[in-house]
Design a protein around this ligand. Structure first.
Ligand code: F6P
Length: 368
């Protein structure tokens, strides 16, 4: 008896399986149920905290040269085990694996591609802070129903984010939530732990168009481009500056937690282009961080850009490609995009702060 509540399965059956016509997303709901099962297993593992014996470093590095935590590897394995067997996937990509994970030959292959970050914000693990998982689902190009198809290669994943058929994240906070979009709005489900159901608690989330809250790692300020410096300076100037209102700042060091806050009450999250290292456009990964989060934000009425273009239109060139990310409340993101345009055209007026009066003051820095 559901007492009129909508569980994740009911939502997916109503939304996907009963969708009429050629758009019927065959198998997608079953795949998303497997993803949700991964999330429940991860939530249970995280809840044990230090008692689970999984805290600390795995003494290895991922494809980005970042230290892997034991839980990065454990949660990656949980995703693989829950999703490889179901005959719905052609391949998987994750932050923790250098190459595409080929579905073992013992299992049938399907038409979907899954990209995921199994444990976002993992630096928060050892301080018992909020972490998350992010996932993105694409439908493989080409003929639709083939079961004798080869394993998906990296090229199969090189598709812009606007082609995602589903995207979502889990947030492991005081409660565990799954926030999901299959292209008909962004919806939040809360895990009823004792029963094991995800229950729809936040239907059709809308991001307020205006906001006075921003999130950015301010320790990187010297590496930012002038348009981002301009925006942040104006926020910090508060009611005495040109915005004539006070702003608030937050930084949780978990993209999931920042995006969740923005979906709940608005705001802007930025990990912008910076010049910390010459080859590094931004910090966040396109396929399994920026793309799915941009899909969720746009489906909730917000915007998500690199500064200069819509993230969902970025054509990936590599599995672990990074991209600058500026997302959140529509009017604030539009303002930041305008600042980039004005800067690129040399039209930006002297900023409020004397620091910005001379464009020539900005010189890209690189780390020694
Ligand atoms: O790698 C992704 C991530 O952990 C995001 O979840 C988060 O927004 C960011 O990196 C934190 O970066 P920093 O270490 O600069 O605070």
């Amino acid at each position: 008896m559901l007492d009129g509540r909508t569980t994740l399965s009911k939502f997916l059956i109503d939304t996907l399986d009963r969708r009429p016509g050629p758009d019927a997303a065959s198998g997608l709901s079953a795949l998303l149920i497997d993803v949700a099962a991964s999330i429940k297993t991860i939530a249970a593992a995280l809840t044990r905290g230090a008692l689970g014996g999984q805290h600390g470093s795995a003494q290895s590095v991922n494809t980005h040269g970042e230290e892997q935590k034991k839980l990065d590897l454990v949660t990656n394995e949980i995703f693989l085990q829950h999703c490889e067997w179901d005959g719905l996937l052609a391949g998987m990509v994750s932050e923790e694996m250098d190459e595409v994970y080929a579905i073992p030959e013992t299992y049938p292959r399907g038409d979907y591609l899954l990209a995921f970050d199994p444990l976002d914000g993992s630096s928060n693990i050892d301080i018992n802070g909020v972490v998350g998982s992010i996932f993105s689902v694409l439908r493989r190009d080409g003929d639709r129903e083939g079961d004798a198809r080869g394993a998906a290669d990296a090229a199969a994943f090189m598709r812009p984010g606007r082609e995602q058929v589903a995207a979502g994240y889990a947030i492991y906070g005081p409660s565990t939530m799954l926030v999901l979009s299959v292209g008909n709005g962004t919806h939040g489900f809360t895990l009823e732990r004792d029963v094991g159901n995800f229950v729809l608690t936040h239907s059709d989330i809308r991001i307020p168009e205006d906001s006075c809250e921003f999130a950015i790692n301010a320790s990187n300020e010297r590496f930012w481009e002038p348009p981002v410096r301009r925006y942040v300076q104006e926020c910090k100037d508060g009611r005495t500056g040109c915005r004539a209102q006070d702003f608030n700042m937050r930084w949780i060091a978990s993209m999931v937690a920042e995006v969740h806050r923005i979906l709940m009450r608005g705001g802007v999250f930025m990990y912008p282009r910076d010049f910390r290292t010459p080859e590094m456009e931004g910090r966040l990964r396109l396929l399994y961080e920026a793309s799915p989060m941009s899909f969720l934000v746009e489906q909730a009425g917000g915007l998500s850009i690199t500064g200069r273009e819509r993230i969902l239109d970025v054509q990936p060139g590599a599995l672990h490609q990074r991209v600058p990310v500026i997302l959140g409340s529509r009017h604030e993101v539009e303002r930041i995009q305008r600042y980039h345009g004005e800067y690129d055209r040399g039209e930006d007026k002297p900023f409020t702060s004397p620091l910005f009066n001379e464009r020539s003051l900005f010189l890209p820095e690189t780390e020694a």
